[in-house]
Design a protein around this ligand. Structure first.
Ligand code: DMJ
Length: 642
């Protein structure tokens, strides 16, 4: 792989600079740099002339005149603080008004003559000399920019958290090993296909065999699949592939000047989460540096009247805005509520309190707000600080907000009791208003819309089974058994949503209404896009219960994915899980490598691989170590309290 001179994420490489070459060869609508330079010279000489004429002309304030600069009115008097414009004239209080005027004239005359002299010299130079000069200047500017923006800034040394269980041996049971080997083979097929057809693009179109991107990445080329897949490659022992990904990141992942409007949430969970996990697993500094550089680019998103971040931010300009479809310009709960884990780690690693403060500010603001029926609506207006539409969901728009409350507590070595309490209160309200049993006895989590329960559950909501199990230990009133049971019931319901389809893959959303039980009704809810949530719940349930049915269910899903989603160019989503002849959506999602395959691999691994008392998985399945802070206090925080 070659190293381009400058590598913007947009994939439009700025060509290596060669003498006389234009920086933008395909855009002759604009001027060449050399032409711009000459124009600039002429313009500056002209401005100097105008400025000089302004002072040299006799006092003409009584007459209307044309100064040569196009004005028809007398020139205004020189500004009182003329020193701002002219370098170092004698201090005015030493001179009489007349001397002051003389001094100014001399200065202007000298400036004028120098400018003319420089212009003459430039014009005397040959074209080759001018080009060489321009070239030198360009190289200087590029070097300076590189140093200023892209150059690695050393981060303060911090104690590396205890990193345990980053690899394990082969599973002792041959049947388990065989399954795990199969998952690794699927990972290799997904990665190799992306490597071959989509390298550097965000995702892969496995049928068209080319790169794919979406608006969450600002339609730029940021190699999302590479960053998202790194830690999965690492724990699966695919070290050559990991190295290949690392090299791409070292040479290409550069956020300097990238003019892309990205989703703050997606970039945080996939890129920052992915880079941090890769750093902790491998110890390679480059991942930490890239994570921090990117995080800095996200910070302007928090510049809102309330400090609730915009959903999107332009990485170059820092201008933020919200999705057009979100209730009255609102930010989304699951988006601004899913930054905590990564941002706490950023402060830990950099010593910069800003990340911690941003997320704690969000938490404090939410704590002060009234919650209808104790529920958090999915929409919050970042200008007014008021809730938007009263819609509450544990699936899309709400999901990972609850997940991050629990995980903030776990990640803090259970010292962040405020997060735990907030989680417990939220789950208590959810159980009261959203969780029901269907006529057929399936426990489901519905959606609350303006006081009405919609008896529909999303594939995304299925992650909650794992969350309930993960939060069981430490739940109030010793309800651990209850929450483990609730997790098992959700896992069962979600398994049913898979089992009741033709492909044995779950639909995007399914109903519990009018005699329907865990099946999709609308055509646009019948797709499966390689999502992980059901398998994620199987894995957590397996870790907490070791009930073999979870491995069995996971294996069923893996086989179905391999049978119906695998194509020669990778893995694709399918549009209808109830059709024996499904069509493909032609997208290999980056989360398939980050999450779906990772959770499957872990399901057939021992509990020693990424043990849950040492690691907490972010919502994109990127493992971050528990911070045993002990006596260390995070910058910007209060001392840890047990
Ligand atoms: C992932 O990007 C994350 O899990 C996120 O929290 C929501 N869902 C997708 C995958 O379905």
């Amino acid at each position: 792989m070659t190293t381009p001179a400058l590598l913007p994420l947009s994939g439009r490489r700025i060509p290596a600079l060669s003498p006389g070459a234009s920086s933008f060869p395909h855009h002759r609508a604009t001027l060449r740099l050399s032409e711009k330079f000459i124009l600039l010279l002429i313009l500056s000489a002209f401005i100097t002339l105008c400025f000089g004429a302004f002072f040299f002309l006799p006092d003409n304030s009584k007459h209307k005149t044309r100064t040569g600069c196009g004005t028809q009115t007398p020139p205004p008097p020189p500004p009182a603080d003329i020193n701002v414009f002219l370098s170092a004239p004698p201090p005015a209080y030493f001179l009489s008004p007349r001397e002051e005027e003389e001094s100014l004239r001399d200065k202007i005359r000298a400036d004028h003559e120098r400018a003319l002299q420089e212009a003459k010299e430039k014009l005397r130079k040959s074209r080759a000399e001018l080009q060489a000069e321009i070239q030198t200047e360009k190289v200087r500017v590029v070097e300076e920019l590189k140093k200023k923006e892209a150059g690695p800034r050393p981060l303060p040394p911090v104690p590396m958290p205890k990193v345990v269980g980053v690899s394990d041996g082969e599973p002792p049971e041959p049947a388990v090993k065989e399954k795990r080997d199969k998952i690794r083979e699927m990972m290799k097929h997904a990665w190799d296909s992306y490597r071959q057809y989509g390298w550097g693009h965000n995702e892969l179109k496995p049928l068209a065999k080319k790169g794919h991107t979406t608006n969450i990445f600002g339609n730029s080329q940021m190699g999302a699949t590479i960053v998202d897949a790194l830690d999965s490659l690492y724990i699966m022992g695919l070290h050559e592939e990991f190295k290949d990904g690392q090299e791409w990141i070292e040479q290409n992942l550069d956020f300097t000047g990238v003019n892309a409007e990205v989703s703050v949430f997606e970039v945080n969970i996939r890129f920052i989460g992915g880079l941090l996990a890769a750093y902790y697993l491998s110890g390679q500094e480059v991942f930490k540096l890239k994570a921090v550089q990117l995080a800095e680019k996200l910070l302007p998103a928090f510049n809102t009247p309330t400090g609730i971040p915009w959903a999107m931010v332009n990485l170059k300009s820092g201008v933020g805005r919200n999705w057009g479809w979100a209730s009255a310009g609102s930010s989304i709960l699951a988006e601004f509520g899913t930054l905590h884990m990564e941002f706490v780690h950023l402060t830990y690693l950099t010593g910069n309190p800003v990340y911690y403060q941003k997320v704690m500010h969000i938490r404090k603001l939410l704590a002060k707000m009234d919650r209808p029926n104790g529920l958090y609506p999915n929409y919050l207006n970042p200008r007014t600080g008021r809730w938007g539409q009263h819609h509450t969901s544990v699936g899309g728009l709400g999901d990972s907000f609850y997940e991050y409350l629990l995980k903030a507590w776990l990640m803090s070595d259970k010292t962040d009791t405020e997060a735990r309490k907030t989680y417990d209160d939220a789950i208590e309200a959810i159980e009261r208003h959203l969780i029901r049993k269907s006529n057929g006895g399936l426990t489901f989590i519905g959606e609350w819309k303006n006081g009405h329960l919609e008896r529909k559950m999303g594939h995304l909501t299925c992650f909650a089974g794992g969350m309930f199990a993960l939060g069981a230990d430490g739940s109030p009133d010793d309800k651990a058994g209850h929450y483990l049971q609730l997790g098992a019931e959700i896992a069962h319901t979600c398994h049913e949503s898979y089992d009741r389809t033709v492909l044995k893959l779950g639909p995007e959303a399914f109903k519990f209404d009018s005699g329907l039980e865990a099946v999709a009704v609308r055509q646009n809810e019948k797709y499966y896009i390689l999502r992980p949530e059901v398998i994620e719940t199987y894995w957590y349930m397996w870790r907490f219960t070791h009930d073999p049915k979870y491995r069995q269910w996971g294996w069923e899903a893996a086989q179905a994915i391999d049978k119906y989603c695998r194509v020669s160019g990778g893995f694709s989503g399918v549009k209808d899980v109830y059709s024996s002849n499904p069509t493909y959506d032609d997208v290999q999602q980056s989360f398939f490598l980050a999450e779906t395959l990772k959770y499957l691999y872990l399901l057939f691994s021992s509990d020693d691989l990424l043990p849950l008392d040492s690691w907490v998985f972010n919502t994109e399945a990127h493992p971050l170590p528990v911070l045993h802070l002990g006596n260390i206090t995070l910058p910007g925080s209060q001392p840890a309290q047990r």
